[in-house]
Design a protein around this ligand. Structure first.
Ligand code: NAP
Length: 458
């Protein structure tokens, strides 16, 4: 038997998760010059992870990334197996037996917690739930969002908070030709929310929005962005941050806040208020959320290292719905080490570690490797780095063991009665969604239940 990576003994790699980092890892493997077979395993019947169910429906351009992933999927040696949950339908040991290497690219599916009283009250939601719901993710299909109170609150000032608040700010006309799920559009059409409060614990110089995302709030059909000019006063450290050339993005964001603060409030029916230096202290309500207690903060620390410190002084804000948008975290997979503090798989340069020791055959890339940072494209270099580490290990260990790859997995899945979804199966689902969308002048109308997707294939 020759070394793996040849026609006689292809390098067989299982990739767990079908989002951007999974596809970029697949691309890097196929570009390696070796003979490679990749099996991509995905919990849902549909591929593309957060590009399908995280990227906002009104950001269709960002979804163009899927075109590249579709090309990657056309490579000989690529197999997609959807509707298969690793850790439940297949064990990690079963993957190790059948593949030379396993790369976990399963993203960050859960949320960080605020850790304050009332966090679990009815009306208090995670951004993940809302984003999944309006994007038609089957896990969130039956979530309910009560938009009957005029005030809605979003905690956090990153791009996910921007997505959530923009969707709440837009009119039905602005959304109806996107691929937003119909059930979400119906609820948003009845929304009585008029004031959306987007709350940051630090100041306007530290907000994590990108300028492009923030600029959109100045272009909404029926919502004005509101910033109190007094909130834009900067301490010396923040001033220094904005003067640093490497921080041009934040300077642009700050300038946008300034522009918003100078706008005359018009006749629009909604307002999106950007507020700073406030930390949620408690959510209050009898059976459901009624008000939010916020502590006023000041910044302390040097430029680029400033943290929010509570002053003890509080204010209250009445609201019926709140979204915590303070960052995602990964979910552990049975049989794979997990760093519970950081919500990632512990690793060194993509090689999975446990108590500092490398776990042979196991690798990771994307948000589950480094935490939930960066845009879609950030994952490409990250996945390439992991694949390079994997190829280095394969070369050094000159592994001659043949592995069965997908041919070893299929009998296991059949024996367990798992209805796995192949890439051609997904093609049928994809076509049906696009056709359903055509009738409504939408890019697609997504299936929002796994049962419906599988039903189409039987
Ligand atoms: P993020 O950019 O890290 O923002 C998290 C926000 O939550 C920050 O404002 C942070 O404040 C705040 N926060 C964290 N802990 C908090 C606490 N205990 N109390 C109050 N506030 C708290 O995360 P994200 O918005 O979830 O986005 C994740 C990644 O996806 C980002 O890289 C983002 O750019 C990307 N993304 C991109 C797009 C796009 O390109 N259109 C869309 C969506 C997401 P501090 O700064 O003080 O920590």
């Amino acid at each position: 038997m020759s070394n793996s990576g040849t026609g006689h003994n292809p390098l067989r790699v299982a990739i767990v998760g079908s989002g951007p980092s999974g596809f970029y890892a697949t691309e890097a493997l196929f570009k390696s010059g070796l003979t490679v077979q990749v099996t991509m395993l995905e919990r849902l019947p549909s591929p593309f992870g957060l590009v399908r169910s995280g990227v906002a429906p009104d950001h269709q351009k960002l979804k163009q990334a899927i075109k590249l992933y579709e090309k990657i999927a056309q490579n000989d040696g690529f197999t997609f197996l959807g509707n298969v949950t690793v850790g439940k339908d297949l064990t990690v040991d079963e993957l190790k037996q059948n593949y030379h290497a396993v790369i976990f690219t399963c993203g960050a599916e859960s949320d960080r917690k605020l850790g304050i009283p009332g966090e679990e009250l009815k009306g208090s939601h995670t951004a993940t739930e809302f984003v999944g719901w309006y994007n038609g993710h089957p896990d969130y299909r039956d979530r309910e969002f009560d938009l009957s109170h005029p005030n809605a609150v979003i905690i956090g000032q990153g791009n996910v908070a921007a997505d959530v608040s923009r969707i709440l700010s837009k009119t039905v006309d602005e959304l109806k030709h996107t691929d937003i799920a119909q059930h979400a559009l119906d609820v948003l059409a009845e929304s009585r929310v008029s004031d959306i409060y987007v709350i940051g614990r630090r100041g306007p110089a530290q907000a994590k929005f990108t300028p492009k995302e923030l600029r959109e709030f100045g272009e909404l059909a029926n919502c004005d962005p509101v910033v109190n000019p007094d909130d834009l006063k900067l301490n010396a450290a923040s001033q220094a941050e904005l003067e640093d050339k490497a921080n041009a993005g934040n300077a642009k964001v700050y300038q946008l806040f300034r522009d918003f603060s100078e706008r005359k409030s018009g006749s629009k029916q909604r307002r999106c208020h950007f507020m700073f230096l406030l930390s949620p202290k408690a959510l209050i309500g009898d059976n459901r959320l009624q008000k939010l207690v916020l502590e006023i903060n000041i910044l302390s620390g040097d430029a680029f290292n400033q943290s929010a410190r509570g002053t003890g002084e509080t204010i209250e804000l009445e609201t019926g719905i709140l979204f915590r948008s303070i960052g995602y975290r990964g979910v552990p997979i049975p049989g794979v080490p997990f760093d519970d503090k950081r919500g990632i798989i512990p690793n060194t340069d993509g090689r999975v570690t446990e108590s500092g020791k490398f776990m042979s055959q196991l690798y990771t890339a994307g948000w589950i490797k480094r935490g939930p940072t960066g845009i879609i494209g950030t994952n490409r270099a990250d996945s390439v780095a992991t694949v390079n580490a994997l190829l280095e290990d394969i070369q050094q260990n000159s592994t001659k063991d043949g592995k069965a790859g997908v041919e070893g997995l299929i009998p296991l899945l059949q024996a367990k009665n798992i209805r796995y979804v192949t890439y051609p199966d997904w093609g049928k689902i994809d076509t049906a969604e696009i056709n359903a969308g055509k009738k409504k002048n939408k890019p697609r109308e997504k299936f929002t239940r796994v049962k419906e997707m599988l039903g189409l294939l039987d």
